[in-house]
Every structure is written in structure tokens, then in C-alpha cells.
Design a binder for this molecule. Structure first.
Ligand code: T5A
Length: 206
């Protein structure tokens, strides 16, 4: 069986972490006898990435271009040391956020140049794209209300920023319907899990 890259995207509190755990357990049951199913995330899927994650989410003020470059650095390290080796070994990789987060947050949210973002994503990934991206869509207020504790530097942005981020994901889903599937994530955990399983099964990967 070929390796697959399945990405979970969405705004704050969309339920990605929870659903990746559920999908990993489901996929291990389904295909675990044929290949490994690993879960990873951006930022923070490598040792370097963990340090970048601390800077990005909990650092002091970071200018927007520096933020963009730090996310790209995290991704380049993640691609070369985790994602590509896993795919080459035939593993399935479930990734919490990937290039579409940069498009939505730094592009739609911050308003940075889309062409620059596309170029940086291409440099960071070496051209690797997801086999399937599940966009877990919840209204901004619902996602933010699910937060526990003090928000991080990016969560702390105003509502208008988070609305633009949601709009960015919506634009991508319209532009790339083969790769990106919208999941209605404002339902129960079981309802969301069911939609995700259906979307993965519909791709006919096995
Ligand atoms: N970022 C990232 C960029 O700006 N550019 C980039 O290129 C990249 C890669 C990452 C931050 O970095 C930004 C985006 C982010 O701001 P993060 O910690 O990964 O930071 O941020 P989130 O992904 O938003 O993490 P969260 O933990 O907030 O959200 P999740 O993982 O989507 O949600 P989850 O599963 O942890 O759930 C949150 C809470 O909601 C509950 C859960 O039990 C949990 O308590 N919940 C539900 N409750 C009711 N109904 C449901 N259906 C629920 N699903 C989950």
C-alpha cells in the first residue's frame, strides 16, 4: 500500500487534535496490518519545530514576515525528517495543519502576498501536497469558545482576523474540491468522526 498524507485543517478549536486521535485509531484497525499510521503536527512535529512552536505561539511580538518564515522553516524540517521518510516507508501520515494553514492565517488572516506564500510553501514542501485535506469548519465563536485556559499569540487576534482565516479556508475548498473536503465540525464528536471516515473511505485509497 502507498503512503498517504491526510491533513486536518481548520480554525481555532475546530476539533482537529481530537479527530486525528479518533481517525488514527480507526485507520489502525482498518489498515494497521499493512502499514503504520502516524500522527504529527505543524508547527512542532520535530525537535526544531517544538522550539519554533514555542516562539510562534508564546513569543513576544513577531513581525508578519518573520512569522511566515518561521512557519516555513518548521515545515521544511518536518517534511525532510518526518513526512517524506514516513511516506517513503509506505506509512499513512495524519498531519494537524499544513500548507493551507499558512494560506489561511498568513494569507487571508494577515493579508500577506499570496504569491509569496505559494512560493514559500513550495520551497518548504519541495512540491509535496496532501492526498486529502479535511477542513473542519466551525463558526469562529464556537471554535474560540472551546478554548481552555489562556489563548496563545495567534488565538488572541481579533474576531475579524479569525473570520478572514475561515474565509481563506473556504476559498481554498472551492478552488481545490478534489483535494479539500469540508467537514461540518459544529456537531457532536461522533457526527464529525463519521463524516471524516466517509471522506477518507470515498477517496478509495485501499
Ligand atoms: N498557524 C499554523 C499559522 O498561523 N500558520 C501555519 O502555517 C500553521 C501551520 C497552531 C497555531 O498556529 C497557526 C494556527 C494556530 O493558531 P495549535 O495549537 O495547533 O496552534 O492551534 P489549534 O490547531 O487551533 O489547536 P486547538 O487545540 O485549539 O484546536 P483543535 O486541535 O482543532 O481542537 P481540539 O481537538 O484540541 O479541541 C478543542 C476543544 O474542543 C473540544 C475538545 O474536547 C477540546 O476541549 N471539542 C469539541 N467540543 C464539542 N463538540 C465537538 N465536536 C468538539 N470537538 C472538539
Amino acid at each position: 500500500m502507498s503512503g498517504r498524507l491526510i491533513v486536518f485543517e481548520g480554525g481555532e478549536g475546530a476539533g482537529k487534535t481530537t479527530q486525528i486521535e479518533r481517525s488514527q485509531a480507526w485507520l489502525i484497525q482498518k489498515i494497521g496490518n499493512k502499514c503504520a499510521v502516524i500522527a504529527t503536527r505543524e508547527p512542532g512535529g520535530t525537535d526544531l519545530g517544538k522550539q519554533l512552536r514555542t516562539l510562534l505561539l508564546h513569543g513576544d511580538s513577531i513581525v508578519e514576515r518573520a512569522e511566515l518564515l518561521l512557519f516555513a522553516a518548521d515545515r521544511a524540517q518536518h517534511i525532510d525528517t518526518v513526512i517524506r521518510p514516513a511516506l517513503a516507508a509506505g506509512s499513512w501520515v495524519l498531519c494537524d495543519r499544513f500548507t493551507d494553514s499558512t494560506w489561511a492565517y498568513q494569507g487571508a488572516g494577515r493579508g500577506l502576498d499570496r504569491e509569496l506564500i505559494a512560493q514559500l510553501n513550495a520551497i518548504a514542501t519541495g512540491g509535496l501536497t496532501s492526498d486529502l485535506t479535511l477542513w473542519l469548519d466551525v463558526p469562529v465563536e464556537v471554535g474560540l469558545s472551546r478554548r481552555q485556559g489562556k489563548g496563545d499569540r495567534i488565538e488572541a487576534a481579533d474576531l475579524a482576523f479569525h473570520e478572514r482565516v475561515r474565509g481563506g479556508f473556504a476559498e481554498l475548498a472551492v478552488a481545490e474540491p478534489e483535494r479539500i473536503v469540508r467537514i461540518e465540525a459544529n456537531g457532536s464528536l461522533d457526527q464529525v468522526e463519521q463524516q471524516i471516515q466517509e471522506a477518507i473511505a470515498a477517496k478509495g485509497f485501499w
